[in-house]
Design a protein around this ligand. Structure first.
Ligand code: SF4
Length: 678
């Protein structure tokens, strides 16, 4: 395969590909040897405005890491041992195609299954595998580890994944940060709020633990994990009882106010205190601050959706702006995602028409069960791209057992020898986003950008699209999705750009583009069945959920402590494990424990402890802190197991259980116990 010839350029624009709402525009400096030597923020980007986080300021270390995979590899030792030998691309592709033909001839296409993670969020590279597996008739996946429950809860209420313009928070007088550690995972929006703060705006953070963002808040409200719906309903109770609502707005722009009101007596501040741990006085104070604010703005985080009540929690919070008419106030409203700000025709890339009818659908969260327990047919060919499920998906002991099946053929397309890659039969080297074409939209702002490679691919790395086009060719697939140029595909994906000469020229030149007017997104109604913000949803009823926001109790498994596993500050999912300096800043796999809970186990000071439940146990550094309340423990980040004391990641302790909506993960809804290390 021909390698791309690169010019000797100095400074080139690109975009951060990682799973972060900020989708920063980057200026990469490339030296005469074709190496990226520095990365800095692009000052011309309207949202990220020249700032990068500490992770991506170190991106040259990641791109040019000595740990990058440069050549295809074939396993030579036991699965999981990490023993491989170099092979050619020809041998790798021939091996894969011959195994695919053999297994599908015997079991049919459903014996193939692909887990694709969010390691590269570019529209093309993140989805390039989809038409191939549709054409194969492979088992399909539903749900994911991230935010499907949040999406569902928001969509039932508001109708599309849009909200207030993120920058407009600069004009708020009250920002509620509900379940988001913005200082670590949405820093650019926080920068806009700081403008409002200069004018006296207040920030309230609602979260189960005092994270970096909570430490900057004017008021931090600590809530029991998973009880967010009850708190939102308690606020609604007070808003309605004290007439802190916008009746003309409710009349014109919302649906089901009376039905909502009928449920609110169940959520008096006193009842809500018993559920959430937030005092009745604080529930009233919160509601009054929200109801009396000139333009209250809510930043809804997705972490709160990763539990068995996650979809309903987001739905309940999403109702609040409807009661006070916040979307019609400059600086007010709410935002969770901006994902629907980019009208596109995904079918030209995903090609759902290639998928045979009634193809089996598996839960993506249940990787271990899919590999171990699914039959008729079993999964015998497992592909992994852009993800590292052997540490990031729940119940990794089950996943490891699945990956060590002798009759399982595993192909991993990766930039590094991850925990998952160590179990592969064939490992294929993947480009970073600096080495391939892509189009980046954002889920945290409204600007998109096309990027060309800023350096040549390292070694023999191929992009996801190059890989699946090669495989398609060898399988004899002739559909144009496998042969279109990247630019042709990009323009077909975004017809509103292709049809507008000015936009098209700007897009192809790599300029930032905005496709919809986000300032007026809810000015004339909502994309729900009634065209209004739905306090009452007929669709939810049809789908088997309560039609109005509702809090329900769930049964707790054994274990004294509620485990939360939010992102770390210096790493992101498992994507930065190869950058030594960032790992050093995170120090070690840590469990934040309240001193009361520690003392109950005879743990009197920081040190190594064991955390365990019915799925297993692992060693973590206990950090005794009152930032977490009694009954809750917090482990930030996912560590590569080679950097942990016992070769285990935190997801040894999390379960495959699903969310209430959307088949999402319940990574923040697990119980553990702790004890001194033996
Ligand atoms: S991880 Fe987020 S904040 Fe950091 S550079 Fe990427 S998009 Fe920007």
């Amino acid at each position: 395969m021909a390698r791309r010839e690169m010019c000797h350029v100095k400074q080139l624009k690109t975009v951060c590909p990682h799973d972060c709402p900020d989708t920063c525009s980057i200026i990469a400096t490339v030296n005469e040897e074709g190496r990226v030597v520095t990365t800095k923020g692009d000052p011309d980007h309207p949202f990220t405005r020249g700032a990068l986080c500490s992770k991506v300021l170190r991106y040259p270390e990641r791109v040019h890491s000595s740990e990058r995979l440069l050549y295809p590899l074939k396993r030579t030792g036991p699965k999981g041992s990490g023993q491989f030998e170099r092979i050619t691309w020809e041998e790798a592709l021939d091996t894969i195609v011959s195994r695919l033909r053999e297994e599908t001839a015997r079991y049919g296409g459903e014996t193939v299954y692909c887990f694709h993670g969010s390691g590269n969020m570019g529209v093309i590279q993140m989805n390039a595998h989809v038409p191939f597996f549709h054409k194969m008739g492979a088992s399909q996946g539903r749900g994911d580890l991230c935010s499907p429950a949040a999406n569902e809860g928001w969509l039932y209420t508001v109708g599309s994944l849009v909200g207030s313009r993120p920058e407009s928070v600069a004009h708020t007088d009250l920002m509620l940060v509900w379940g988001s550690n913005m200082a670590s995972s949405n820093m650019h929006m926080l920068a806009f709020f700081k403008q409002a703060k200069k004018n006296g705006a207040k920030m309230i953070v609602i979260d189960p633990y005092r994270n970096r963002t909570a430490k900057q808040a004017d008021w931090y409200v600590q809530i029991k994990p998973g009880t967010d719906a009850a708190l939102a309903l308690g606020i609604m109770h007070v808003l309605v009882a004290e007439e802190l609502i916008d009746r003309p707005y409710i009349e014109k722009y919302t649906h089901g106010f009376e039905e909502l009101c009928a449920t609110l007596p169940d959520y008096s501040p006193e009842k809500v205190e018993a559920i959430t741990g937030v005092s009745a006085d604080d529930v009233r104070k919160l509601a009054r601050m929200y109801g009396q604010a000139r333009a209250p703005f809510i930043r809804v985080g997705i972490g709160l959706s990763r539990n068995r009540r996650g979809g309903m929690s987001v739905r309940s919070i999403a109702c609040l702006p409807g009661l006070v008419g916040a979307y019609h106030k400059k600086g007010g409203g709410a935002i969770m995602f901006t994902s629907d700000a980019f009208p596109k025709n995904m079918d030209v890339l995903a090609r759902p028409d290639l998928l045979p009818e009634d193809t089996r659908v598996l839960d993506n969260v249940r990787v271990g069960s899919n590999l171990l327990h699914v039959q008729n047919p079993p999964i015998n060919c497992f592909f992994v791209s852009g993800g590292n499920p052997a540490i990031t998906a729940p119940d990794v002991e089950l996943i490891r057992k699945g990956l060590t099946r002798d009759d399982l053929f595993t192909v991993v397309h990766e930039q590094f020898m991850t925990d998952t890659a160590k179990y592969a039969d064939i490992v294929l080297p993947a480009t970073t986003s600096f080495e391939n074409f892509d189009v980046f939209k954002s889920y945290g702002h409204t600007y998109m950008q096309k990027v060309d490679p800023v350096i040549a691919p390292l070694g023999e790395a191929l992009s996801n699209r190059e890989l699946y086009c090669e495989l398609a060719k060898r399988m004899g697939f002739t559909e144009d999705v496998f042969t279109l140029s990247n630019e042709e595909l990009a323009l077909a994906l975004f017809p509103t750009i292709a049809a507008d000469e000015v936009k098209r020229t700007a897009f192809l030149a790599g300029e930032t583009l905005e496709l919809i007017d986000f300032d007026t997104v809810f000015a004339n109604g909502f994309a729900t069945p009634t065209g209004k913000l739905e306090f009452y949803s007929e669709q939810m009823l049809r789908d088997g959920y309560p039609a109005v926001p509702t809090y329900r109790e769930v049964e707790q498994e054994e274990g004294a402590l509620h485990l939360l596993t939010p992102p770390a500050h210096y790493t992101l999912n498992s994507s930065f494990g190869a950058v030594d300096k960032l790992r050093e800043q995170e120090q070690r796999p840590t469990l934040q424990v309240n001193p009361v809970d520690a003392l109950a186990q005879g743990i009197e000071e920081d040190g190594w402890i064991e955390a365990y439940n019915e799925r297993g146990s692992l060693t973590l550094w206990a950090k005794l802190t009152e930032d977490v309340p009694p009954g809750v423990v917090v482990a930030e980040g996912v560590w590569w197991t080679q950097h942990t004391p016992d070769g285990k990641s935190i997801n040894f302790l999390t379960s495959e259980r699903l969310t209430d909506m959307g088949w999402g993960s319940t990574l923040h809804d697990n119980r553990v116990s702790i004890r001194k290390e033996a």
